[in-house]
Design a protein around this ligand. Structure first.
Ligand code: DOR
Ligand code: ZN
Length: 345
């Protein structure tokens, strides 16, 4: 049997929510990843160090005892975030970044930032204190076509932020376009990007051709094939600016299969397997370890992990759902076959 063993990876962009759903999703992430950057877009959002430490404990409670997993916490930026909170976060060993959601851009972003320029003093503090800024890079202008929102964000906001704060470490989260890839490639070394499995594996036909498929709907929305190809090229290039961030985002099936379905793909059940499939298709399995296990840790200035995980070339069928009743989640590739399978540790 063909196998692939790599250093234990990290997921540098993950939603796990809180409450009962944690028990369903945490084992999926913790069995393959040593650490994950935890998104703060709860209801209400995680805006203070105190809240993040409480949330961190809740996450740890949901990790199976036999697994070793470290949540890396982030705080949600709002128009009322203070420089004092940024100082507290920078001093905490548990807080690793701030997340900027333009208000209204995506799930639970209502408390996000309506006027990005107005929080430039916060970016200055983050630059000075050397704590990274994670950006959901989409404009929220109703007049802007949803497929253009990432591209337009680059010219409208991102270049302004990188020009004004040249020392600020920034992750452009879940890049989905050739333009974002090019922006990150040409930017200084302190500008990086995460890439999700769904944006490497699928183009918008998967979501819209032959019927509307809500489980492929996430934000930023999946784009046309030329963009997917640019993302695959970046992810498999060995450029340390691009690293793994699943953006796995659990929503109950009933809220996805709806007249107004929520944005988010659940991929934690098979994250590494999905990435392996994308890298294998590009004939670049040798580049998976850097992308999954080294570059993200290096960017966040964390030690690289010491253990390993092994994938086996064994086909398996993804179940139709995880979790019970109203909280049940439909995973990416539900009822479909995957080519790689995580070996039991
Ligand atoms: O599709 C998405 N879902 N994109 C995001 O930015 C947020 C996420 C979520 O929290 O569900
Ligand atoms: Zn996200």
């Amino acid at each position: 049997m063909k196998t692939l063993t790599i250093t234990k990876p990290d997921d540098l962009h993950l939603h796990v929510r809180n409450g009962a759903v944690l028990k369903t999703v945490m084992p999926h992430t913790a069995r393959q990843f040593a650490r994950a950057i935890i998104m703060p877009n709860l209801k209400p959002p995680v805006t203070t160090v105190v809240q993040a430490l409480i949330y961190r404990e809740e996450i740890l409670q949901a990790v199976p005892a036999e697994l070793d997993f470290t949540p890396l916490m982030t705080l949600y930026l709002t128009g009322s975030t203070t420089v004092a909170e940024i100082k507290k976060a920078a001093e905490s060993e548990y807080i690793h970044a701030f997340k900027l959601y333009p208000a209204g851009a995506t799930t639970n972003s209502d408390s996000g930032v309506a006027d990005i320029k107005a929080i430039y003093p916060l970016f200055a503090a983050m630059e000075q204190l050397d704590i990274p800024l994670l950006i959901h890079g989409e404009v929220t202008d109703d007049a802007c076509d949803i497929f253009d929102r990432e591209r337009v964000f680059i010219d409208t906001y991102l270049t302004g932020i990188t020009d004004n704060f040249p020392g600020l470490r920034i992750v452009v989260e879940h890049v989905t376009t050739a333009e974002a890839v090019q922006f990150v490639q040409e930017a200084d070394a302190n500008i990086a990007a995460t890439i999700t499995p769904q944006h490497l594996l699928f183009n918008r036909n998967a979501m819209l051709a032959g019927g509307i498929k809500p489980h492929y709907y996430c934000l930023p929305i999946i784009k046309r094939e030329s963009h997917r190809l640019a993302l695959v090229k970046a992810a498999t290039s060995g450029n340390p600016k691009f690293f793994l961030g699943t953006d796995s985002a659990p929503h109950p099936t009933s809220l996805k299969e709806s007249a107004c379905g929520c944005a988010g793909c659940y991929s934690a059940h098979a994250a590494l397997e999905l990435y392996a499939e994308a890298f294998e298709r590009a004939d670049a399995l040798d580049k998976l370890e850097g992308f999954a296990s080294f570059y993200g840790a290096d960017f966040y200035r964390l030690p690289r992990n010491s253990g390993t995980v092994t994938l086996e070339k064994t086909a398996w069928k993804v179940p139709p759902a995880y979790g019970e009743g109203e909280l049940s989640i439909t995973p990416l590739k539900a009822n479909e076959e995957l080519r790689w399978k995580l070996a039991k540790g």
